[in-house]
Ligand binder design. Sequence first.
Ligand code: ADP
Ligand code: MG
Length: 300
Amino acid sequence: MTNSDTPTATAVQITDLGKTYPGATGPALTGVSLSVAPGEIVVLLGLSGSGKSTLLRHINGLETPSTGSVVSLGHDVASLKGRALRELRGRVGFIFQQFELVGPLTVLENVLTGALSTLGGPRVGLFMYPKSLREKALGHLDRVGLLERAYQRADTLSGGQQQRVAIARALMQDPDILLADEPVASLDPESSSQVMALIREIAAERGLTVVCSLHQVDLALSWGDRIVGLRAGEVVLDMTTENLTREQVMEIYGRVATTTAEIDAVTAELAEAREQVLAAEIRRNAGERLQQGFAEEDPS
Ligand SMILES: Nc1ncnc2c1ncn2[C@@H]1O[C@H](COP(=O)(O)OP(=O)(O)O)[C@@H](O)[C@H]1O
Ligand SMILES: [Mg+2]
């Protein structure tokens, strides 16, 4: 399995996936089916506990299905073992909420660890890595705007900078798919938008397929091409974000919400949105009637 494999029609094909963790009282995922095309940017949207991480972790084989199947880049993930599984994981980059950098190491060393799956065996220190890889890592650091930080300890960087280092690290694998699990949940709004924009830009440059979990509806709407909503382990919505009306947006809030307080808030907003739509229609109709009136009065 290499990057030159014939391209598959779908990057990820999930069919009727169910997952129950050992000892858990109920399932974490139930009957999840989802097909992601190469180059697509998909947001998994749902509250904490809705199953986002569990779903993402199935895509690169960190979890195995209890029922159903997950096919990533043409490979049935559950059937992969050993080397084949490592190869698949090598083609799937993963970005985490807490960045997962090694704090005392330099930024550059952290980026280089992204290449470990291609090297085999642990590396200690910069000069254990071939020069070509060091240059590649510096190139990725340049791309995420942190070249001048290469030799600084990773834990001296801000959260947003650390997540950009983690993006550079993921790029070392030359991934086909990028999975991001709430990548901005620990960041301030300013850094959040920077990181999300960077992920999109890089995905476009490299034709990456991206599946990114988020819990904020606004961010999901402004960022994703397609939103897949999860609630209590089930897919409750799957739609593109093009030309969504405010009413549809509120409907999204409603479907991913679970507590009564949230649902009440959504219902109220939905009612308000409907009123606005109605008011706009009345204004439009009134405008049309006026125009008609003018037309009838117009002697020509
Ligand atoms: N390793 C695990 N063992 C047992 N239960 C788990 C494990 N990981 C997640 N869960 C449970 O599965 C459900 C979905 O969790 P998760 O996928 O982490 O949701 P999210 O990422 O949307 O917060 C939750 O009820 C959670 O408690
Ligand atoms: Mg999670």
